[in-house]
Design a protein around this ligand. Structure first.
Ligand code: DHB
Ligand code: FE
Length: 300
């Protein structure tokens, strides 16, 4: 049986990749930003996932405005990064795929009435590669296999927050129904508030972002009522990248526990949010283990 061990929601700003390429992580602008990921590294060391399902948005690399699927699922044996225009060097090792898991997810999604595009070849952009490099820095080969799931947040009409949340629920249930014992981490990339162009370029809405970071933990259904027009008004035109956070949150059924959360403004033009959530059952099992250990360590 597969298990979603937890979800990580993170920003994917291209400038992060430039900072990594230049080794600028300790510079004043970047230090606090990169340091918040240390807690995530500890958590990943602890849970040791086999696979990362990465919910992200393609920014005009694999799909352009002429052909734009609402949802696309990778089913390739491997995925290569390519630069869609930000000038990031090709510094990312090839990402191994997991075609068997991909096809299982695809079967489940289609059986549940999601009309998706299947991709047996797929280039991945900064929104996929940078979060991977934040989770596993300085690796020669990735320690997890990957399944990219791409959500259209570029060409209107976009899927709703509710639809993305339900897509995540379907992915989460499909993982739980998988025949193999597999530990899956789900990474949702993008957000939070940002607008890259137009008269509101540079727009950031901290109260709205903090409200979303709070609600998405315990009460994600409340956010499914947001329309995309409301999201654009409140969070900027690229603030719709919250859709990936909603899909990632949907993969965790039942009660969740917050492992780590942080909000950092700005990175480039973006409010960089970071949230790690896991199933509450795992968190309580761990605290029972800890209690058991401390009982055992009491001198008799
Ligand atoms: C920026 C943010 C993004 O989400 C993106 O895809 C590209 C650029 C930025 O803030 O620079
Ligand atoms: Fe983006």
């Amino acid at each position: 049986m597969g298990t979603v061990v937890g979800t990580i929601m993170t920003a994917h700003v291209p400038a992060i990749g430039t900072a990594i390429a230049q080794g600028a992580q300790q510079e004043p602008y970047w230090k606090a930003f990169f340091e918040q990921y240390h807690r995530v590294h500890q958590w990943l060391d602890d849970v040791r996932p086999d696979v990362a399902i990465v919910l992200y948005n393609d920014h005009g690399l694999n799909f352009f405005l002429d052909k734009m699927p609402t949802f696309a699922v990778g089913a390739a044996p491997e995925y290569r990064y390519a630069d869609e225009g930000w000038g990031l060097p090709g510094m990312f090792p090839v990402f191994p795929g997991d075609p068997a898991l991909s096809w299982h997810l695809i079967e489940s999604l289609v059986a549940n009435d999601f009309d998706i595009t299947t991709c047996q070849e797929m280039l991945v952009d900064h929104a996929f590669a940078i979060p991977m490099a934040l989770m596993w820095p300085n690796v020669a080969a990735w320690p997890v296999r990957t399944v990219p799931i791409c959500i259209n947040t570029v060409q209107h009409p976009l899927p709703s927050a509710k639809r993305c949340f339900n897509l995540g629920r379907c992915v989460g249930r499909a993982v739980e129904a998988y025949a193999d014992d597999l530990k899956v981490v789900v990474i949702g990339t993008g957000g939070l508030s940002h607008q890259l162009d137009g008269t509101r370029a540079g727009f950031i809405n901290k109260p709205f972002d903090l409200m979303c970071m709070e609600k998405i933990v315990e009460e994600p259904e409340a956010l499914t009522h947001l329309t995309n027009v409301e999201l654009i008004e409140q969070a900027g035109s690229q603030g719709v990248e919250l859709l990936m956070w909603m899909a990632a949150r949907g993969t965790l059924g039942g009660q969740v526990a917050k492992v780590h959360g942080n909000y950092h403004i700005p990175i480039s033009n973006t409010a960089a949010g970071l949230l790690v959530l896991e199933n509450a059952s795992r968190a309580s099992a761990q605290s029972e283990d800890a209690a058991e250990l401390s009982r055992l360590s009491v001198p008799r």
